[in-house]
Design a protein around this ligand. Structure first.
Ligand code: UDP
Ligand code: GLC
Ligand code: MN
Length: 336
């Protein structure tokens, strides 16, 4: 039905790559629904072009940020203040019902049946199961609800500094009111759950329909060797879910990377995500990795000025170009 859509969000190029893989996975499993990507103004032109080829609609929205450093520090996720931008999904009123999916999710089979559910349906959060996880949820766009959500933010803030805190505060009877609004865990299988309850994963994991790479290590912050199918650079967290990471990377390498490459021929800005020796700013530059056959995600380069501006607006790409590892590498070159 044309008035139903899957919706995702990317405020920067790193998450945009996640959105591209998610979009491709939905298409590969023959969704009959529309697909919408909400993006922040900082997403580069080449990435926007690729998103437009995958999604039916790409909409630029203002980045909303909680700025709640104290609660975000408790979660050790300083970048998640901008996840409040997700609330814009309620403004998509040309659809009557939607399913929001984080850009770090991957669809493993057709999930159109989620549209049979009502607002607000979601799966339990693995960290606190009386809260729902806001990485996958069914909702009804409505300007009235959007206004009330913003008002709720202003009056009560977010207990975790991100959207999940606000949404659980707003839809506060989720845990108890209506069991049909509890999505089975297989629609939002957080990778964390794989190692916290391995026997359950062995028993039920084969039915997984959506995998959620929840946590600070994202697929695009790892590297992938297509010949050996080895993932590296993701630490312990990544080691616990190599099969799904390989699925993500296989789709990235086969369907997304070629599109980014094509786009780079038209808009010659794309390159691999490694730091430049010539860079004179603290933030790292991107240049093509020459020697290694393994893949790091392709990312559009940005001028130092643009990067600086982004930092000053609190929009550092903590998970990608501005990751701790990259900054450390940069500092090491100064020390040498
Ligand atoms: N997001 C984004 N830019 C950011 C951080 C988050 O666009 O800098 C969006 C993206 O859709 C992402 C979602 O907000 O999937 C929630 O963040 P994340 O998935 O990192 O949170 P987690 O699921 O790991 O708690
Ligand atoms: C969570 C959710 C994510 C949300 C974040 C911040 O862990 O997975 O979707 O953005 O919390 O509230
Ligand atoms: Mn997520």
């Amino acid at each position: 039905m044309a008035d139903q859509a899957f919706v995702t969000l990317a405020t920067n190029d790193s998450y945009a790559q996640g959105a591209m893989v998610l979009g491709k996975s939905l298409r590969n499993h023959n969704t009959s629904k529309k697909m919408v990507a909400l993006i922040g103004p900082m997403v580069s032109e080449p990435c926007q072009s690729v998103l437009k080829r995958i999604f039916d609609e790409v909409k630029v929205v203002d980045v909303l940020d909680s700025g709640d450093t104290a609660n975000l520090a408790l979660m050790m996720r300083p970048e998640l203040g901008v996840s409040l931008t997700k609330l814009h999904c309620w403004t998509l009123t040309h659809y009557s019902k939607c399913v929001f999916m984080d850009a770090d999710t991957l669809v493993l089979s057709n999930i159109d049946e989620l549209f049979d559910r009502e607002e607000l349906s979601a799966a339990p959060d693995p960290g606190w199961p009386d809260c729902f996880n806001s990485g996958v949820f069914v909702f009804r766009p409505s300007l009235e609800t959007y206004g009330r959500l913003l008002q709720h933010c202003t009056e009560h803030g977010s207990f975790d500094g991100g959207d999940q805190g606000v949404l659980n505060g707003f839809f506060s009877d989720w845990a108890t009111a209506d069991i049909s609004k509890h999505l089975p865990f297989i629609y939002n299988l957080s990778s964390i759950a794989i190692y916290t309850y391995l026997p359950a994963f062995k028993q039920y994991g084969g039915n997984a329909k959506v995998i959620h790479f929840l946590g600070s290590t994202k697929p695009w912050s790892c590297t992938f060797d297509p010949s050996t199918k080895q993932i590296s650079g993701g630490g312990q967290e990544a080691a616990a879910r190599p099969c799904f990471l390989v699925d993500w990377w296989t789709l990235y390498a086969s369907a997304v990377e070629p599109m980014l490459q094509e786009q780079s021929e038209e808009q010659p800005l794309l390159s691999g995500c490694v730091e430049s020796q010539q860079s004179d700013s603290v933030t790292t530059e991107t240049v093509q990795e020459e020697s290694s056959s393994s893949h790091a995600p392709l990312l559009p380069t940005m001028s130092s000025e643009e990067r600086k501006e982004q930092w000053e607006q609190g929009q550092a790409d903590y998970m990608g170009l501005d990751s701790f590892d990259n900054i450390k590498r940069k500092l090491d070159t100064f020390l040498k």
